[in-house]
Design a protein around this ligand. Structure first.
Ligand code: FAD
Length: 511
């Protein structure tokens, strides 16, 4: 059997990509090296992940939002689940997120500046447990008919001009394409000879659950010290950023003694750790593959870009890769992709990744334990405390500023499409559920309807007014929900045709 796509890794990115490929009619298989997907590190407190606007919009467009928001997930964006929000975040003002630990607050944000955002069930931020997210994505993939083979790690592969032979679990699988979604230590990236460049770590981060004596020496909340930063959530949850200890190599066991040494150093106390229940380490290593594609091998998620978890953006970045890649790879495999479509994956997602890596580096710079850094931090803190400051940081942390450089004269082109509420009560989000493109015509102009027929396999045409059409006459939306073309005047048919051909290929018949 020849699979369309072998996906290495059943993390959130691999699973979401599998769903996207299946939605487009392909047959992917997911190979996962770990037998059992459950892990205490995927649950509270360390398994909590902040999802940002582009991710939530993507889930809304695929009907996945309620599966992720409803269960045990703590909800930062729409009000529920306060019990699972970390202690230091439970305060009278609603935090919107943070930059290097400096919080911005929801009531400071001026969202009227985001002219092209409309109210949507997707919202702008939501915290979920990794386990909830992964099981919702796995359930969707399986329900769609995707095979997930667990305990079957990819060991290596051979790629040719026609396909890829993948060695995994003692056998060889044949596929047209291979996508490495196998995390930061990606076998696919290494075996595929991808260049991975970036900056080396300055600190080691520790997330631990411990029992202690003299724990009252630690103050709850987040604290900068002369050697790093610690965040304490009583009774025994501690996160530490240790600048002075050198980089802790992940192959070493994290012992109780080591944790105690680091905790004493970072907190400037002499607390005694009596039991180590859970521990994981991370660093601020920031590396990115120079290209996300080499021949028939692609990378997505942490396999393509790695950075510190500060500010929580890696998962969002990876899920953004998946929704960007899915429809493009599907069209390539079906044989109806326009020239350059697959290469637009790297062209669009690499800059998005580079921005996030720099965002994480900037936070590291603001956490260094030096007097000048503390002085700089005080200034940034003041700026974040202003309305413009909070709005700017929310825009970056929530992913609202994401825009692909697609050309086009309208400012909406390259941005995530607003969730227009249509006259019949439906939303743009719901119209994208089948993974096709969408031509939304607010004026119901006959020539647009005729034009859309030429791409009827790939584009759904809908004529409807909206509660608020933001002054637009029509817009063309790609399957990933990003705007390919928009206009406020009577649409120039040539421009719509060009945009449709650019993303969906030339139609078989002319107008
Ligand atoms: C403490 C912490 C907090 C974080 N908080 C946030 C946050 O709030 N928001 C956010 O956006 N991001 C956050 N992140 C980052 C986020 O968790 C990662 O970016 C995300 O998990 C990446 O998803 P992925 O699917 O690419 O990789 P992973 O989640 O690493 O999944 C990769 C999968 O591939 C499997 N695998 C590995 N090798 C092979 C192989 N050879 N063959 C087959 N399978 C293989 C692994 O077992 C794993 O299941 C945080 C990270 C940490 C450490």
């Amino acid at each position: 059997m020849i699979y369309d796509v072998v996906i290495a890794g059943a993390g959130p990115v691999g699973l979401f990509l599998a769903c996207e490929l299946r939605l487009a009619g392909l047959s992917p298989i997911v190979l996962e090296q770990v037998e059992d997907p459950r892990s205490p590190l995927k649950r509270l407190p360390f398994g909590l992940r902040g999802l940002s606007a582009p991710t939530l919009e993507a889930f809304h467009r695929r009907g996945l939002l309620d599966k992720i928001a409803a269960p045990r997930g703590a909800n930062a964006g729409s009000g529920g689940g306060a019990a699972s929000i970390p202690h230091w975040m439970q305060q009278s003002r609603r935090p919107g997120g943070h930059f290097a630990g400096i919080q911005f607050f929801q009531d400071d944000i001026d969202s009227s500046k985001w002219r092209y955002r409309l109210p949507s069930p997707a919202g702008t931020s939501l915290a979920v447990e990794m386990e909830v997210l992964e099981s919702a994505l796995a359930a969707r993939a399986v329900a769609m008919g995707v095979e997930i083979r667990r305990g079957c790690g990819v060991e290596g592969f051979k790629a040719s001009a026609d396909g890829v032979s993948v060695r995994a679990g003692g056998e060889t699988l044949h596929a047209l394409w291979l996508v490495g979604c196998d995390g930061g230590h990606s076998t696919v990236r290494k075996a595929g000879g991808f260049e991975f460049v970036g900056t080396d770590p300055e600190f080691t981060g520790y997330s631990v659950q411990v029992e202690m004596t003299d724990a009252d020496q630690l103050k709850p909340g987040r604290h900068y010290t002369s050697t790093g930063v610690y965040t304490y959530q009583p009774p025994g949850t501690v996160t530490m950023v240790d600048f002075d200890g050198g980089v802790f190599h992940r192959s070493r066991a994290i012992t109780l003694d080591h944790v105690q040494t680091v905790l004493r150093r970072v907190s400037n106390t002499d607390v005694t750790v009596t039991a180590l229940e859970l521990a994981t380490t991370w660093t601020d290593r920031a590396f990115q593959a120079t290209t996300y594609r080499r021949g028939r091998v692609l990378l997505a998620g942490d396999a393509a870009h790695l950075h510190s978890p500060l500010g929580g953006q890696g998962l969002n970045l990876g899920l953004g890769d998946a929704v960007n890649l899915g429809w493009k790879l599907a069209a390539t495999i079906r044989g109806d992709a326009p020239a350059g479509l697959l290469d637009s994956y790297t062209a669009e997602r690499h800059p998005a990744g580079a921005q996030v890596l720099d965002w994480s580096r900037a936070q590291v710079a603001l956490m260094r334990p030096s007097r000048s850094t503390r002085a700089l931090e005080a200034i940034i803190r003041d700026l974040i405390d202003t309305r413009d400051g909070a709005t700017y940081f929310a825009e970056r942390v929530w992913g609202v500023s994401l825009r692909y450089d697609l050309g086009g004269h309208h400012p909406l082109v390259g941005r995530s499409a607003p969730d227009f509420e249509l006259s019949d009560g439906g939303t743009l989000g719901a119209l994208l559920r089948d993974g096709k493109g969408l031509l939304l015509d607010f004026d119901g102009a006959a020539p647009l309807r005729t034009l859309a027929r030429r791409w009827s396999n790939w584009i759904t045409y809908v004529a409807s007014d909206a509660k608020d059409n933001l002054g637009l006459s029509a817009l063309l939306v790609r399957p990933d929900g990003f705007v390919a073309w928009a206009d406020e005047a009577t649409p120039a048919l040539e421009a719509v045709s060009q945009a449709a051909a650019r993303w969906f290929g030339e139609p078989e018949t002319g107008v």
